[in-house]
Design a binder for this molecule. Structure first.
Ligand code: IFM
Length: 489
C-alpha cells in the first residue's frame, strides 16, 4: 500500500497557490500546511566506503581535492547512523529529507548491474533508511544521481574517453536503474529527483576542470554530456512512472541569479541573457516543454532543433530549485566561455558589497525570489531542493536562513507554487573538489567519533519550521552578517 506522509500530500495534490503580485515587502510570510521542511545530503558526500564511482577514483588522483581530503576520513558515515539522524530530523521539526541512493554502491560492477544483482548490504542499508524515515513521518525525497557515476560508465583516469552521459548506453542504463529503484522502493518513495544539477556536472568536468574528467573549456564535450543528461532524465522519468504512476519526478537545477558585471554595458546585458539561458533555462525548456535546442543558440531553428519533442516534453512533475548565490557575467572579464555561450563568468569571488560565505560566495537572498519567479514560468510546483552556506562559525547561518525563507515566502505570496524547503545540509560533509573545508552543516561532525554536534542555527531552523512563518522583525532580530572567519577557496 502506498504511504503518503502529510508533507508530500501537498505536492501530490498539485493545486496551485494563489497570491496577488505586490511590489511592497510584506511584514510577514507564511508557509502552507503540509509544506515540506527538511535538509538535503548526497550519498558520496556523507557515506563511507563508496569505491566504485568516477568520484571515488577522482579523489585518489593527486592534486584534485583540496588538502588531499578523501570522503572517508571525516565522513558523517550516514548509513551507520540512521537511527540517530532520523531522531535529529524529528527533533528539529523536519518532515522531509532529501538524500541520494548511490548507483555504484547498489551495483558495484557492470556484471552486477546487468544481472540485476544489487549488493545485499547496500539494499539493506537504503531499505533501513527509507523504512525508518517513513515510520518517523519524514518524507523521503530521493535523488537518483548526485554527481557520482559508476566507474564502469565513467573512468576518471582516461579523460580522453567518453565519460558518463557522453556514452549513449548510460542514458539507457540510468533509465533501468531508476525503474529498479521505483520497483523496489516505490511503496516508500513518492518524490524523486532524477539528476542533481545537470548543468553543473559538465561545467565542472569539462569547463572548469574541478570535477572528473578534469577538462578545461571543452564546451563541445560539455554539451554532448548535457544532451545525454537530458535524454537520460527523460528515460529515468518514464521508468519511474512505469512502476509508480503517482510518483512526483523532476530535475534538480542549480539556479543562479545571473547579473551583469556592468549594468550600463549592453554587451554585459546580452551576456547575461545567454548565460541565464544556458544555466537556468535550456535544460528545463527541453524536459518541461520538449523544446530541444540542440545547438544551444537560444532559438529552435537549427537543423536538429525540435519544438515540443514528445520524447522529452512533460518529463517534470515539479522543478527542484537549488539556490546559493549570484553569478556575475561580462562580455569581457572572467572565465571566458567560448561559443555558444560567448560570455565571461565570475561564479564566486564577486567584487560586491554583499556579505560572503566561507566559500566566498555572495549572500543574496533576493536572488532566491528571482529564480523562483523565473521557474514559476514553467507552471509546475517548485521545491527549494537545496539552499545553504559554508559557515564554520555559524555566525551568518541564522540570518541566511531567515532571509531566504522570507524571500521564499514572498515567492509563494506572488503565486509561485513552492512546496518545500531543504536546507543544505544536515551536517558537514565532503564538498567535492573542496574536500572538508567548507562547513555547510546544521550539525558539525566530530572527526574522531562521528558524533553530531548541533550548531545554534539548527534551532533557528526548528523555530521557523514550528512557526511556519517569517516576519521582517524575525529577520531583523537575527545577528547581522559578519565577514567570514574561515576561507575555503
Ligand atoms: O555540496 C553541493 C551539492 O552536492 C550540490 N549543490 C551545491 C552544494 C554546495 O556546493
Amino acid at each position: 500500500m502506498r504511504l503518503i506522509v502529510p508533507g508530500l500530500a501537498l505536492l501530490l495534490s498539485c493545486s496551485k497557490s494563489s497570491g496577488a503580485p505586490s511590489d511592497s515587502l510584506p511584514d510577514a510570510v507564511t508557509f502552507p500546511p503540509g509544506f515540506m521542511w527538511g535538509t538535503a545530503t548526497a550519498a558520496f558526500q556523507v557515506e563511507k566506503g563508496s569505491v566504485h564511482s568516477d568520484w571515488a577514483t577522482w579523489v585518489t588522483l593527486p592534486g584534485k581535492i583540496k588538502n588531499g581530503d578523501v570522503p572517508d576520513t571525516r565522513s558523517p558515515d550516514a548509513l551507520a547512523h540512521v537511527d540517530g539522524d532520523v531522531k535529529l530530523m524529528k527533533d528539529g521539526g523536519h518532515n522531509a529529507y532529501r538524500f541520494s541512493i548511490d548507483w555504484a554502491r547498489l551495483y558495484p560492477t557492470r556484471a552486477a548491474f546487468d544481472a540485476d544483482t544489487p549488493d545485499a548490504a547496500a539494499v539493506a542499508a537504503y531499505d533501513g533508511l527509507l523504512q525508518k524515515l517513513v515510520a518517523a513521518g519524514i518524507t523521503p525525497y530521493v535523488t537518483l544521481l548526485h554527481f557520482a557515476v559508476p566507474d564502469y560508465l565513467s573512468d576518471a583516469t582516461k579523460p580522453k574517453e567518453p565519460q558518463g552521459f557522453e556514452r549513449p548506453e548510460t542514458e539507457d542504463l540510468f533509465g533501468q536503474f531508476c525503474g529498479r529503484i521505483a520497483a523496489r522502493w516505490g511503496s516508500l518513495i513518492d518524490l524523486y529527483a532524477t539528476i542533481n544539477e545537470p548543468v553543473v556536472v559538465p561545467l565542472g568536468g569539462y569547463v572548469q576542470g574541478s570535477f572528473p574528467p578534469g577538462l578545461v573549456l571543452d564546451t563541445k564535450r560539455a554539451f554532448a554530456y548535457a544532451a545525454g543528461e537530458v535524454r537520460g532524465h527523460a528515460k529515468c522519468y518514464d521508468a519511474v512512472h512505469a512502476h509508480d504512476p503517482k510518483a512526483q519526478v523532476g530535475p534538480v537545477m542549480h539556479q543562479r541569479f545571473v547579473e551583469p558585471a556592468d549594468p550600463t554595458d549592453p554587451d554585459d546585458d546580452a551576456a547575461v541573457v545567454r548565460v541565464r539561458y544556458v544555466n537556468n533555462l535550456w535544460f528545463l525548456n527541453a524536459v518541461v516543454r520538449g523544446d530541444w535546442d540542440a545547438d544551444i543558440d537560444g532559438t529552435l531553428d537549427g537543423p536538429s532543433d525540435k519544438k515540443g519533442d514528445p520524447t522529452l516534453a512533460h518529463r517534470a512533475d515539479y522543478i527542484g530549485v537549488n539556490y546559493y548565490s549570484a553569478l556575475r557575467v561580462s562580455a569581457h572579464v572572467g572565465i571566458v566561455l567560448p561559443a555558444p555561450v560567448s560570455a565571461a563568468i565570475t561564479p564566486d569571488h564577486i567584487a560586491s558589497d554583499r556579505p560572503k560565505t566561507d566559500f566566498v560566495w555572495d549572500i543574496y537572498a533576493e536572488g532566491l525570489l528571482a529564480v523562483l519567479m523565473e521557474a514559476k514560468e514553467y507552471l509546475l510546483p517548485l521545491v527549494i531542493s537545496e539552499n545553504g552556506l559554508a559557515d564554520a562559525a555559524d555566525a551568518n547561518r541564522p540570518r541566511f536562513i531567515a532571509e531566504h525563507l522570507y524571500q521564499a515566502g514572498i515567492a509563494i505570496q506572488r503565486g509561485a507554487d513552492v512546496r518545500g524547503y531543504f536546507h543544505w545540509s544536515l551536517y558537514d560533509n565532503f564538498e567535492w573538489a573542496n574536500g572538508f573545508c567548507p562547513k555547510f552543516g546544521l550539525y558539525q561532525i566530530d572527526p574522531a567519533t562521528s558524533a553530531r554536534v548541533a550548531r545554534p542555527s539548527a534551532d533557528t531552523f526548528r523555530k521557523f519550521i514550528q512557526a511556519a512563518r517569517v516576519t521582517r522583525a524575525d529577520v531583523a532580530a537575527t545577528p547581522a552578517y559578519t565577514p567570514p572567519q574561515t576561507r575555503c577557496e
